[in-house]
Design a protein around this ligand. Sequence first.
Ligand code: SAH
Length: 345
Amino acid sequence: MIELDGMTPDEIIEYIKSFGQGAYRGKQVLDWVVGGTPVEGMTNLSKTMREELSQKAVTNPVRIRQSFKSAIDGTVKFLFELNDLNLIEGVLMSYKYGHTLCLSTQVGCNMGCAFCASTLNGCVRNLTPGEMAGQVLCAASALNGERVKNLVLMGSGEPLDNYDNVVKFLRVITDERGFNMSVRGISLSTCGLVDRMYDFAGEKLPVTLSVSLHAPNDEIRKKLMPIARRYSIDQVLDACRNYIEKTKRRVVMEYALVDGINDSIECADELAGRLRGMQCHVNIIPLNPVPERNLNAPTPARVRAFLERLEKRHISATRRREMGDDIQGACGQLRRSVIECPTTD
Ligand code: SAH
């Protein structure tokens, strides 16, 4: 099936022309796609055209299978179902300044980080651009007319390990004639695939780049992230400097604090030393414990001490607000709980 929501406006118009229709029809279809209407609901197309189109194309290949709303902060966790019945997750967070969707880029993940639930069964497959846009459409459908303003590519998967589809999705979702989302409202998080970070800096898609650093040196990083055996922190930081130079945007360093592993004051000092002079911001995340992993979050006092130490060393840092704690907000937890107990329907 053709996924119309994964196509640029030009591609949609070209495609509709192949049905013997003019550009005007293509623009009508584009409006329906952006509004999330299925082909059957495109009432300004003839019945024959609708039937013909629905044989070949869909406007959104993703369905909301279940959603869970946090009683604490209103965060909604979605379990999405794909056409091959694979499951992925998304999280919709509502802030004063608008709605932010955290979306997935792969079914599972191959990166093997020690603290992450998404990677426990490896990567099943890449998501298509249409499946990424489909998550945005599903979230929008749950918002009663309000817009999804910001996106973070921080759900399951390593975005730069699904490079072509992610870049295509970003072009589609930011196209002014289509979904028209602001590139400034989008963050892409990577575990640090250095070669791809250089490629991405050249794409002219100046989204906020978040880098999962999680350690002040290679020795500690290797304990948490297998990717640290391929690329050193020096290489990752050089790729960040290049991204900052090319896009004029500051990079966000993500640092999940893991009790007894990377949360000491010495670690904070070493991290501050490495980041000195870089245009970056550190996002501190107390580890979200995953039952399958024997890693824990430090005490709140230790988290505070780490943060204060960075600030004292003039590193811009904040603690990420934890949202949706009561609805398995952390990466990959919900999908796993459903895969493990498939009778929860
Ligand atoms: N693969 C990408 C994006 C997905 S993960 C990446 O590695 O950046 C999004 C963020 O959540 C990453 O910083 C990741 O390291 C972090 N994360 C994953 N599991 C976590 C957990 N249990 N607790 C806290 N942060 C976690």
